[in-house]
Design a protein around this ligand. Sequence first.
Ligand code: BG6
Ligand code: MG
Length: 217
Amino acid sequence: MDKKVFIFDLDGVIVDTAKYHYLAWKNLANELSFDFSKDQNEQLKGVSRVRSLEILLNIGKINLSDEKKQLLLDKKNKEYLEYVNRMTDDEILPGINQLLTFLDQKNIKYALGSASKNAPLILKKVGLYERFSAIVDGNDVSKAKPDPEVFLIAAKKLKKDPVDCIVIEDALAGIQAANNAKMTSVGIGDKNLLHEADYNLSDTSKLTVDFINKLIA
Ligand code: BG6
Ligand code: MG
């Protein structure tokens, strides 16, 4: 069997940026005079910035012109980047550093497959940018997860067949994208929400050497 490779989602897998996305969207909602709960925020995970705004405005039952929407997208991202710019390697999620070190030792390649246009900046902020063999982000794709495009581009960059790729994801749309790409999917988070994944783990600290060895065996 060919050697496996890994493709990591960013937000919620490598770093906990979901809380910053939430804060920025919530502040935007409050300015538009409606509230936005953490539960509702689940709908935005893995979803592109533009689609996130559409979902948010739908929740607030608000119709806006394209021009106004663009202003809000810029505003949200500006606030989000204020949080991102304060990030350090402390915000890498538990188990991730150890996992990347283990993969490096085994000479197993890994790529990033993220919907975020801010992915390169975030990876640089936490000191992981140089370690990925390939980075595919929101600037490279035309079709959002659950479309498999982001992961298929990553597989191509790693020169691997999809069947040899293992995707680590925390969003339902991301698990579906991995499954649509015919890759192995590992869901991080609520098992009920991510039941379509081939494997489920409650959080990133469960990405242990034992588990990874089983995956690549
Ligand atoms: C995904 C996040 O990784 O990136 C989404 O899960 C986010 O919540 C999307 O909307 C786009 O991110 P950005 O940084 O381009 O606004
Ligand atoms: Mg994610």
